[in-house]
Unconditional design. Sequence first.
Length: 191
Amino acid sequence: MSLDHKEQKSCTTFVDCLCDIFKKQNMLTHDDIDSLKKDFLYSSIPAFEDFLLEEQLLEKEDLLKALGIFYTTQAIDAQGFFFDHHLVTMFPKDVMLRNMFVPYERDNDVLYLLAANPHNADLAAIVGKYVSYDVVFFVGLARDIDDAIKEYFDNPLYEIEQDTINKEDARREEHPVETMIDELQADEDFD
């Protein structure tokens, strides 16, 4: 489902067009839509999405549905999705954050990407610098895409420093019997 030609011409900004979809889908009241158009007319996509969700004006599913209609593509809820580490690491973190996209899945020679703005005219060329797959864009919420990217590139809390691992390995090599006895005693004390 997409906006017809007449509706596309009636809206001038992302917020304006999205509000027209909210109206047509009966997602918001006429007063809410007028206020949003006035207050957020030239806002960024992430700022507008965040406001709608934080103020609980829309449920996440409804916002995704509206984004799918606007971009005429499938809308995907990226929150909690387990992204393929190999696909995500094919692109530099800063490139994905700057252009707000993340690889979703691959099917043979087709790479599906989630993007906050799948209509970004430069996105295909940017992605093409790193992969030679045919690319299909889906839409996702900017905040969820941002979280997914950071999850794969930021150090997890449980990660142990390499220097600590090297010191422990060196101790085991120099004093194998003492290390084994210490570890067994530590296990008994823990029980």
